[in-house]
Design a protein around this ligand. Sequence first.
Ligand code: PRP
Length: 178
Amino acid sequence: MHKDVGEILISESEINEIVKRLAKEIDNDYAGKDWLMVGVLKGSILFMADLMKAMENDFKIDFVVVSSYADGTESTGRVNVLKDISQSIEGKDLLIVEDIIDSGNTLHFLVKYFYAKGAASVKIVTLFDKPDRRRVDVPVEYVGKVIPDAFIVGYGLDYAEKYRTLPYVGILKPEVYS
Ligand code: PRP
């Protein structure tokens, strides 16, 4: 285990099980459709890669890069689009892939943003949900796991751009960020 991690909250094998379950549900719901999976970088990178591999049906992918944390632990509430989607989404069915929903600011912004660009439908899959932290309500179709309000890192999740590559999700030791 990484020296800055106090405990493992979600193991690699539990993540695998969650990803397989979500992949099956999404496969069933989107069967026969021509749709677009949109990853929100950077946090969703490992989740999206594993989710795609676990799915049977074909679909297209794209990415956006947004940021609202500015290296801190609290959302600033202002969502910046650092890299926009690279194609027209007029009339398309979109599924946004997120690693985590916290305040809800990022997804609240993105859903509106994609509808404003003409998407036919915009749904969300998030690996983790921290409902205790929610500040804006966002309907989420697929949730991997509801988790407590702990400062977690790993499997895409960072603190100041570190720990994203850990294959599990761990709780960061408080002395690392306080
Ligand atoms: C994280 C995470 C989500 C967002 C969730 O991204 O990946 O996109 O915060 O928080 P919210 O519900 O409070 O908006 P971040 O802005 O840290 O960028 P990153 O994906 O590059 O880590």
